[in-house]
Design a binder for this molecule. Structure first.
Ligand SMILES: [Zn+2]
Length: 157
């Protein structure tokens, strides 16, 4: 890996959401969380690998290998409280966590047989619904969580 990238042409693939991570760290520090190496690595990993992860996966991720899962779990709880990660309900015993990045939250199809996960485009109707709810309730900064459960093509075959 290069340490400094000049002008990257293929942004989406190369840039590990540095700006997003920096912003999240700023927010966390404002809330009194310490900027530790583990925290920075964790956020970078979650920003780059944008999908729900179990703690086991995270503990085994690069740079975090020797971390204690309990420490990781405690950190995750703090991040959840700070609205930086969300817990994704995948109907499995293991908890999954996903980083909340600016913009829309990805929605998922979840296979109830093999646990496979597929990101799906959020239907535009959801935004219409969100706006309607904002108007009728006066609540602000709404976000939604949507998971579709079903059987994937591989398990159907
Ligand atoms: Zn399946």
């Amino acid at each position: 890996m290069k340490r400094k990238n000049k002008e990257t042409t293929s942004k989406a693939r190369e840039t590990p959401h540095e700006a997003d991570v920096a912003e999240i760290l700023k927010k966390l520090q404002a809330q009194g969380l310490k900027r530790t190496q583990t925290l920075v690595r964790l956020l970078k990993f979650m920003a780059t690998e944008r999908r729900p992860h179990t703690l086991v996966e995270l503990a085994a991720s690069q740079g975090l290998e020797e971390r204690n899962p309990v420490t990781l779990y405690r950190m995750m709880i703090k991040l959840e409280r700070a609205d930086v990660v969300r817990r994704v309900n995948l109907r499995e015993r293991a908890q999954h966590f996903e980083l909340l990045l600016p913009g829309s939250v990805p929605d998922y199809l979840v296979c109830t047989k093999c646990g496979d996960l597929k990101q799906v485009e959020t239907p535009p109707e959801i935004d219409t619904l969100k706006n309607l709810v904002t108007e009728t309730t006066g609540w602000k900064n709404l976000r939604h969580e949507l998971e579709f459960f079903g059987i994937c093509p591989r398990c159907t075959a």
